[in-house]
Design a protein around this ligand. Sequence first.
Ligand SMILES: Cc1ncc(CN)c(N)n1
Length: 221
Amino acid sequence: MLQNFDTLKNACSDQWQAYIQHPFVAGISEATLPTPAFQHYLQQDYLFLIHFARAWGLAVYKSRDMNELRHSLDNLKTIVDTEMGLHVAYCREWGIDEASLHDLPEAQETLAYTRFVLDCGHRGDLLDLHVALAPCLIGYAEVAEWIATRSQTVTVDNPYQAWIDMYRDEDYLEAVRRERLWLDERLAEVSPARFAQLTTTFRDATRLEAAFWQMGLDAAG
Ligand SMILES: Cc1ncc(CN)c(N)n1
């Protein structure tokens, strides 16, 4: 059987579900998430996105041909040109100005997740790095999709609607489709032992995503 991104996800189905359907996400969907939880998440996500842009920069550096290079560069641009801009504007709407974000101390969860991904990239190859980055890029599209399909989702005057829409945006979804394809092509070629190793990386990154949501919830007490 050919391995692909879905095989990777199915190998970590418990952790994947705990991430995609986390109570923080349910709170966004049902418009019940406490404001301080979301504000704390937004602040830390600013720091997170900076390090994730660095990680895509590392993927550019590790690329061996023009196709790989362009692919990683497109993902870097999605974060820097699209997601970061929307994020800063969005923070402003929630009473957080960009200047205050520069001096923000990094939470342990932000440190753990971002440095884990950068470490995967430094010690492994390009595929290790893409697999460590996949829960971030691909996971948020699934989060937004899960929200959109739930009957409990509040669609009128939901304060989190703009955030949900950001991850249902066509440009974001196009980046997700490209990444899935890239992963599917490479995962089909790896040995079972290598696949097991990549599964561990993917599972750990997925657990760190869930911990990032939890950090937001914990901040609201
Ligand atoms: C923690 C986290 N994970 C994923 C994403 C979506 N790129 C994000 N903005 N923040």
